[in-house]
Write a protein that binds this ligand. Sequence first.
Ligand code: SF4
Length: 874
Amino acid sequence: MSTETTCPYCGVGCGVLADADGRIAGDPNHPANAGRLCSKGAALGETLSLDGRLLHPEIHGVPASWDAALNLVAGRFAATIAEHGPDSVALYVSGQLLTEDYYAANKLAKGFLGTANIDSNSRLCMASAVAGHRRAFGEDVVPGIYADLELADLIVLVGSNTAWCHPVLYQRIVAARIARPQMRLVVIDPRRTATCEGADLHLPLRPGTDVALFNGLLAHLHAVGAADDEYLAVHTCGADAALAAAESTMARTAESCGLDAGDVERFFDWFAATPAVVTMFSQGVNQSSAGTDKANAIINVHLLTGRIGRPGAGPFSVTGQPNAMGGREVGALANMLAAHLEWDRDGDADRLAAFWQAPVLARRPGLKAVDLFQAIGSGQIRAVWIIATNPAVSMPASDAVRRALAGCPFVVVSDCVRDSDTMDAAHVRLPALAWGEKDGTVTNSERMISRQRAFLPAPGEARPDWWALAQVAARLGHATAFAWRGPADIFREHAALSGLDNHGARRFDISALRHLTDAGYQAMRPTRWLCPEGLAHPPERLFADGRFMTADGRARLVPTPPRAPVNATDARYALALNTGRLRDQWHTMTRTGKAARLMAHTPEPLLTAHPADTPGMADGSLVRVTAAEGGAVLRLRHDPSQRRGVVFAPMHWTDRFSPAGRINQVVNAAVDPISGQPELKHTPVALSPFAAAWHGFALTRERPSAAPAPWWTTLPAAPGVWRTELAGFGPAVEAFAGLRAALGPDQAWMQLTDPAAASFRAALLRNGRLEACVFLGREPALPARDWLVGCFDHATLPQAARRALLAGREPGAATAEPPVCVCLGIGAAAIAAAIASGCDTVEAVGAATRAGTNCGSCRPEIRIALAAQTPVPA
Ligand code: SF4
């Protein structure tokens, strides 16, 4: 029987049915997805191998016993605190952690090490939304639920490529719009993303002008009488100040935001006329030096109109990570206490200290992520424990983070992978359980707590993170406070803490779950908070009663005067770099990078730019991206729909996959002054050609062990086949000889070379089986890789294929192309043919080709193809 568990990727939190043999299906009974999965979730079964796993503790790269490793961690942390004080140590944790692991980490740091220097990579994801909620509502609470997206008459998506980053939510929106065609969709995003296809209106605003747009909307709503005066009078305060700060006209708003005035008018009119409106926002809002103000500017328009806490209405922050919300519940951010308790609320810290029996509860907030790594770099923090995250890649100015870790006297890294860019700095490696092996809970963006259950045995000596934390706590003399037998014990403690002296003072209250038995925890169904003890039917939506968690019970409209990004573009760095995610990748690719079909959609780190912004740089060439912080080299993709002056790059690539493609080595470390969230969406950069003398690729059965060229990127092209793209300087003939020598003895190669044309091709066969092939040329245009990759399937390569090998394509075959539908391997040509034959809807294309009929993540791209090929009626 399949195990009911939860997807480990995004904050949608889809239910998954998983089997030990790798079969994966969407859980039809899970309220988040009702059986749907996106391409990443559907490919989970392909990521379960133990390749690259860390299976035993290591000290200085040498296998060690758990006892030795834990003794060393406890001893070094204790010694560092004894010599330099509690704030000389830190933990850096992750929205990938289960709530129970998160709870243990926060309890150890704040209660028993005596430092609030524990921050989470969720700081990079949604800290601005948290800060906005706390300013407006008095507590970090998402009022709405996913069903509101189906009940709304107008959905406004701000800074959210929902189709790629929260695909199942996007599928729910698409299905709702088919059922209710009158439902409108507005997308506010400087980029024209897949989410914009099918939207009623796309507002491609100038980057960083979201506050100006929502201020303009606030002023407009007030001017046209759309404000709910009674709601404002009874349930809010601050409207006058917010309106004064927002004062604007429609024309001025359009000009500030670089938008068409008619489009702004249409948006404002629709918003004013539609009571059931949900404004969903994500990283495009949060990852900004004005992220908190952006969140509050959005919340302001909902408070002004009283559109909050009602079916189909409200501001809705969606989280990137699977358990960002769980981290917020347990207070695993440096500026939060557990269970939504607050340092600056009388008695809260004492309450928590008494509940935990904590001897040295931290009495003030700690350092947020960017400051925390800078403190490591300056020597203020001298011991750090990093758990389930890869800050050497994901942090802005990541080279400075690497230098900081390299100079840190003691670095512990807990992870399930042995090698990562962050692991390189570890003095102690601790093997953690991975998805499918670990057991606990996660909370998704709509406050739904779901079980993540184990369906695989623990490999090697891997252990749960909570266990390692509790073991260290015990070695520091706190065994009793961490004497949990399993995750159910931790969850019960967490639930009990949420109800501590609560009596409605905090909306985060799951005290009804504090009495769960072990069997009840094991069988627990998805449960949304609020769920306090003694309340039979808690509300699904919060704030429907108009009572907020401020001292006077009123929500705050917060004045949000617009301000520009911290680092403006200038003559040296005239373009603004925006970073984000790809449809089929997750974070730093430690998991999705194992699935060849997920790599197929975008096999290289790309930089998308308007052609007019890249004079002298051809589509498909390599370009150098330079900023004050550093440089990167990416493949240029021209896109005329890209806003002029703004370029985009995905954030996933690491040293393991493409060292020069790591874009966060370029990204500035500017932060929002309130939330501390980095400005990952705006870095001033310059572009220049990467004038490589030659380009090439190699296909191999083994992953290349050494860096083979000044620029390279490597990925699994198929099970058991690695594809490495290369470029370099100097004579191509020398590079060619070097590659061949690295891959096999010279006499075994068949080759075709034309030195005058700088064209070099070679294939290595052993007993008729293709082992490797290498193609080099002066230009990036080289044979398509797919047919060659397929040649590795043969135990003995057929003669016809052998003859065609160095031509790089099957005789008479059309050029291969990357798939649009990754699940079913269907490319653009098949989709174009279906459209040409009369298919005029996504469904018809799906019926003809099967594209888009599995997870549906590619349906926006099919819609783009339809729009491009369908003749406009005369
Ligand atoms: Fe996982 Fe995709 Fe669902 Fe997100 S939308 S939880 S990545 S299946």
